[in-house]
Design a protein around this ligand. Structure first.
Ligand code: 4NP
Length: 155
């Protein structure tokens, strides 16, 4: 049966598109099939846009391509997806607030998989001047996506 994974962050232009692309890459490299991955925003500011150029170039640096177009999370996502991931505590409280009572999706924080407790928050790099925070987010996603895949998708 197909499992569906949705990556969420505030704007869907920095962290969650990186997490989406990294999850797809992780699954492809491990030859894990029947998993669909998407990403979306809590807020609607960037709907219809591409990811932040720093997210795109960080992924490019690692040989990965991001063609995602920003969309906002909708009620239907809570019944369509099996796993909805937030990147930080604010994302998690928003997800819990938005979730309908009959939500099917498990709401999880991505960094709770594979990362040390003190490093489990995937911080918002949007307001930083350079692209360093994007590389950090990418590296966190690489570890967390692999750990989640092993724990929950390969059993
Ligand atoms: P993201 O970063 O949640 O990782 O995509 C942000 C992008 C845009 C904004 C905030 C965070 N914004 O306020 O526009």
């Amino acid at each position: 049966m197909v499992k569906k994974v949705l990556m969420i962050c505030l704007g869907n232009i920095c962290r969650s598109p990186i997490a989406e692309v990294v999850m797809v890459d992780t699954l492809e490299k491990a030859k894990v099939k029947d998993v669909e991955v998407d990403s979306a925003a809590i807020g609607g500011w960037h709907v219809g846009n591409r990811a932040d150029p720093r997210a795109i170039s960080t992924l490019q640096k690692h040989g990965l391509k991001c063609t995602h177009i920003v969309r906002q999370i909708r009620k239907q996502d809570f019944s369509d997806f099996d796993f909805i991931f937030g990147m930080d505590e604010d994302n998690m409280s928003e997800l819990r607030r938005l979730a309908p009572k009959d939500s099917k999706a498990e709401l999880l924080m991505l960094g709770d998989f594979g990362l040390e407790k003190k490093n489990r928050i995937i911080e918002d790099p949007y307001y930083e001047r350079g692209a360093e925070g994007f590389e950090t987010a990418y590296q966190q996603c690489v570890v967390a996506c692999a750990a989640f895949m092993k724990e929950r998708l390969q059993k």
